[in-house]
Design a protein around this ligand. Sequence first.
Ligand SMILES: Nc1nc2c(ncn2[C@@H]2O[C@H](COP(=O)(O)OP(=O)(O)OP(=O)(O)O)[C@@H](O)[C@H]2O)c(=O)[nH]1
Ligand SMILES: [Mg+2]
Length: 520
Amino acid sequence: MATFVDQVTLHLKAGNGGNGCVSVKREKFKPLAGPDGGNGGHGGDIVLVSDSNVTTLLGFHRNPHKSSENGGPGMGDHRAGTNGELMELAVPVGTVVHDDEGTVLIDMNIAGLKYVVAEGGIGGLGNAALSSTKRKAPGFALLGTPGWQGDVQLELKVVADVALVGYPSAGKSSLVAAISAAKPKIADYPFTTLHPNLGVVESGETRFTVADVPGLIEGASEGKGLGLEFLRHVERCSALLHVLDCATLEPGRDPLTDLEVIQGELAAYPVPAGQLPLLERPQLIVLNKIDVPEARDLADFVRADLEGRGYRVFEISAVSREGLRELSFALAEVVEADRAAKAQEELERPRIVIRPKAVNESKFEVTVEGGTYGNVYRIRGVKPERWVVQTDFNNEEAVGYLADRLNKLGVEDRLFKAGAQAGSTVVIGGAGGIVFDWEPTLTSTAELMTAARGTDPRLHQSSRQTRNERREDYFARMDAKAEARAELMRERAAGLWTDDEGFEIGSGTDEAVVREGDGE
Ligand SMILES: Nc1nc2c(ncn2[C@@H]2O[C@H](COP(=O)(O)OP(=O)(O)OP(=O)(O)O)[C@@H](O)[C@H]2O)c(=O)[nH]1
Ligand SMILES: [Mg+2]
């Protein structure tokens, strides 16, 4: 399917985000008048746009490397860096986008779809934006993150404006060869054409594509021959061109019967939702092989009949090239009209923008991997990984800020739960992620429970009571109190009792006991 399925691998590099700026405002009598470093600009996205005026991926074959603009760096005096310009790449309607593992990212099956295929990097915050009541003049700024970089595959299954349909050996391949520069295989046995061929026709100002496909036979819609396979490929054509063989010697065949059989097959073909049934599209008819005298007679004979049914009819010969000019002009006209109609439709339809599916950004995973020097705790997650990229590790304040952010997200707690201790090896990110020795910050719960290096506090829980032990304690206390109370009562009855604090001891003391028990 070499010529029909157009495939190209794009090497994309979206713009990087600009770095934030560290700057302190200086005034004449106020040398340190607060931070004023501006934010870096965002890198430009690379966006695919399905456009019905584009018919091939040819342009990308010649130029598969695409990169969008970087964001500018932030500057002093609160000046933000410029955002990188977005790059739009127009692709034909029907382009299917795959990632480099072959997973379909999107099928750009209608005009006007926009798909962010490579996201630009995020601009880093400047120190002005990072200042808070706690951190009045940050001595650091965030770095811009790199834009998405990688390969995607574009695959175009259908680019035919005009689909040539007809019986085997009607002369479809010959016709494509005659009106375009395509050089399909031509032979006079059935099903010569095993794969669809595509030819580009230039007629006046108009450039359009014609698809030559394996011949149809009766029963094609039920799977006979190669026809059905082909029909899948012309689902999106704007017009059908029936190629009728006027020189066939096969019994039971003549142009009118052939047309009816082919139309019967086309009618039975289920087009996908949202697309016009094949037979409701413009249909033109060529009566081929009129270089053969009997064929010309037959063509003259059936022409009126076909025109009477409302078709535009062209008598041609793919061999002698008779009638080809008029045919090309007529096809160009039909294609132009269809494009104009589609363009109008596009104008009326709001553009649809599809972003790559949003991952849950605040989620992250901690996994434990065994290593030569003990366990390695790996953190994977959009946010932690981005924050690392944004951090200038030469700047201690910036590293401290990273630790704060990770802590706030709950990374420390999770590390602790996974069994990490002070000094454990922690990696943020996949291969090439940053590696560091973990030092829990003071505010994390981890710190509260952290024990000396080499011990695990959770293994030493003997000092904590079990439920049963606490219950025994409780009853023991109860008994002691009851005993003490009984003793006091005895003493009071004996007139011996004096209370230091002046409280009357009576049944009310029970309350205190109950309240104490609540906490258990
Ligand atoms: N005399 C004459 N022969 C033609 C003409 N067009 C095609 N042929 C012959 O018809 C035979 C079949 O032509 P193809 O172009 O392969 O026909 P096809 O419709 O592509 O056939 P399939 O691919 O099998 O469906 C070949 O031998 C061609 O030389 C024509 O205008 N005049
Ligand atoms: Mg052919």
